[in-house]
Write a protein that binds this ligand. Sequence first.
Ligand SMILES: NC(=O)c1ccc[n+]([C@@H]2O[C@H](COP(=O)([O-])OP(=O)(O)OC[C@H]3O[C@@H](n4cnc5c(N)ncnc54)[C@H](OP(=O)(O)O)[C@@H]3O)[C@@H](O)[C@H]2O)c1
Ligand SMILES: [Zn+2]
Length: 375
Amino acid sequence: MNKQLKKGFSSGGILERTLSNSVAIESLIPDSVQSQDERWMTLALLEAMNGVGWASPNPAVGCVLVKDGAIVARGFTQNYGGKHAERMAFESLQKDCSLQDLKGLSAYVTLEPCTHFGKQPPCVDLLFHPCVDEVIIACFDPDHRVSGRGIEQLKQSGKKVRVGVLEAEARAWHLPFLNSRELKKPLWVAKWAENQEGLLADSSGNSKWITNQKSRAYTHWLRQKYDAILVGSGTWLVDQPKLTVRDCAKPHHRDPVILIHDPSDRIQIDSVPPSIRIYKQKSVKELVEAIESTDFGFELQSVFCEGGAKTLNELFRLEKIDIVHRFIGQKDFGALAKGSPHRIHAFDPSVGATWECTTLCDLDYDRLQEWAKCF
Ligand SMILES: NC(=O)c1ccc[n+]([C@@H]2O[C@H](COP(=O)([O-])OP(=O)(O)OC[C@H]3O[C@@H](n4cnc5c(N)ncnc54)[C@H](OP(=O)(O)O)[C@@H]3O)[C@@H](O)[C@H]2O)c1
Ligand SMILES: [Zn+2]
């Protein structure tokens, strides 16, 4: 289920939140948010974003508890194995509140509450609390240990339950987790920056700087959302990219694992840090198989491919890409544009019904398009 997200929302969450730290939380609520329900759910999603890349492979969930038109507690899922959003919210309720004070709570959660004992006890038990009147859930959790049980158990305990407030926006945020549970495979994500002529680099290989600071900030935010970054050897050797999380809003929870495809042994192993994994498979098809069967020591839910065009085109041809982040900037390469081969020609969303546009917005003079495969 894909559809265009409300303006101001993106695959990386609430776009403005990813760009800088110095914005008051109220002003981060996009104008497209209309109802009071959506407002509280947006605040739950903003809470969730505080756990970006940290909760993984758990979903980065957010929760707010609302009473008499005000938030009385909030929480987000902690690092893997740590407390879930609902528990963080309940624990942050003022200890001196009497049950009477708390009566009539509405709980807003970005994902269906869990019902099983994992590293933490079930969140649904907290929501059985007599003070909770109503639970509002953005999206269903397809994990086989939850899968509707959270909703069912809450209803059976007499709670009012509503599902689907900002569903598409929450699904976009939780997509690596949801996809891993629904399709049992990592999400393959393509990202590139092109100029008005569709070029990722000029004929000499220069690609600096096609896009602006906001586009870079959002890209850095995405780097911590996704588990691994993949680049081809061409990009690694020409750009010498750091591929770290630096220029986006805080928190900076993690840098993803870096993967490089080097089928012709062009990269000297001792020239790269040992944490970087180099794949030598001769084809991109074999590369994908190798990555998907690598034991990373954690569950790989997403691969963020940052180029270059050869690697991305091949991934598109293999129909591996599920999500696209396409940045279109103003860079003019002048005479050096001529003869440049650096284009994404294997992605054409106007052909067939494969792709649906989920985000279309301006980042100053850059244009951001996000596309999701219809699955
Ligand atoms: N604007 C952007 O978003 C962006 C992003 C990334 C990069 N860039 C620019 O793109 C340029 C690099 O582009 P690129 O397309 O060369 O980069 P690339 O995709 O990073 O590298 C090409 C990859 O394809 C492999 N390859 C080539 N022919 C192959 C074949 N027949 N079978 C299997 N694998 C094959 C190459 O291996 P070999 O080692 O054998 O060649 C290499 O791993 C740089 O100038 C960089 O600045 C721009
Ligand atoms: Zn939970």
